[in-house]
Design a protein around this ligand. Structure first.
Ligand SMILES: N[C@@H](CCC(=O)N[C@@H](CS)C(=O)NCC(=O)O)C(=O)O
Length: 213
């Protein structure tokens, strides 16, 4: 699909798991865009003007603005889905993603920033997040990916959050996570696609130089 410059534009933050899932889908669909790297503490006014809620990722198209990561993934996959991320039953995939976003993500924040949640011990935060992650990924006991032998939208949407959980205490995670989960995570971190979307970009607000990726 061809767009005349300057669209599409993606406001993104490298380490944000929501932004990662959006960049993964765009990269997979070979949809190029102008990248604008945001620092959350200093959001550019251009971002807040087009999406007042002030979260990333935000994809700006000639006729619309998409400011939910999952919607950006859907948009990308409707351009192009060569390996069939949408093949597995979509309602089941979306239910799992919803569980990730509503249940795992808040526990992950508590685990990552345990100092801000002193009502529970560090170990409790760790166990709470870990237990929900294990429930979420229970399908990996039966297949390499969440919905069978090929990766799906759900795998790519959830993996950035599991990676974040794993990186809070890498040694502990390696010792405690199942080998199926570790292999699953390694599959994604080893992908060229993932390496590509994790390339560091300069903060856009400073020079306002768009980067075509
Ligand atoms: N539901 C949104 C959530 C996006 C989100 O919360 N992103 C975080 C960064 S990981 C954010 O922008 N937070 C705003 C802030 O920290 O000011 C989506 O899926 O796109």
């Amino acid at each position: 699909m061809n767009y005349s410059a300057p669209y599409p534009i993606l406001y993104s933050f490298r380490r944000c798991p929501y932004a990662m899932r959006a960049r993964l889908a765009l990269g997979y669909a070979k949809t190029q865009y102008w990248h604008r790297e945001v620092v959350l503490k200093h959001k550019p006014k251009e971002l807040l003007t087009i999406s007042a809620k002030g979260t990333v990722p935000v994809l700006v198209l000639p006729d619309t603005v998409i400011d939910e990561s999952l919607d950006i993934m859907h948009w990308a996959l409707h351009q192009c889905d060569p390996d069939g991320w949408l093949k597995a039953p979509l309602n089941q995939q979306l239910a799992l993603i919803q569980q990730n976003d509503s249940e795992l993500k808040p526990l992950l924040d508590r685990y990552k920033y345990a100092i801000d949640y002193p009502e529970k011990s560090d170990n409790e935060h760790q166990n709470n997040a870990f237990n929900v992650m294990n429930q979420l990924l229970v399908n990996l006991q039966n297949s390499f990916f969440l919905f069978g032998a090929i990766p799906s939208l759900a795998d790519f949407a959830i993996f950035p959050f599991v990676r974040q959980l794993a990186s809070v205490d890498k040694d502990w995670f390696q010792q405690n996570a199942s080998s199926a989960i570790i292999q699953w995570m390694n599959y994604f971190t080893d992908l060229d696609l993932f390496k590509q979307i994790m390339i560091k970009q300069p903060e856009w607000r400073i020079a306002k130089k768009d980067i075509w990726v």
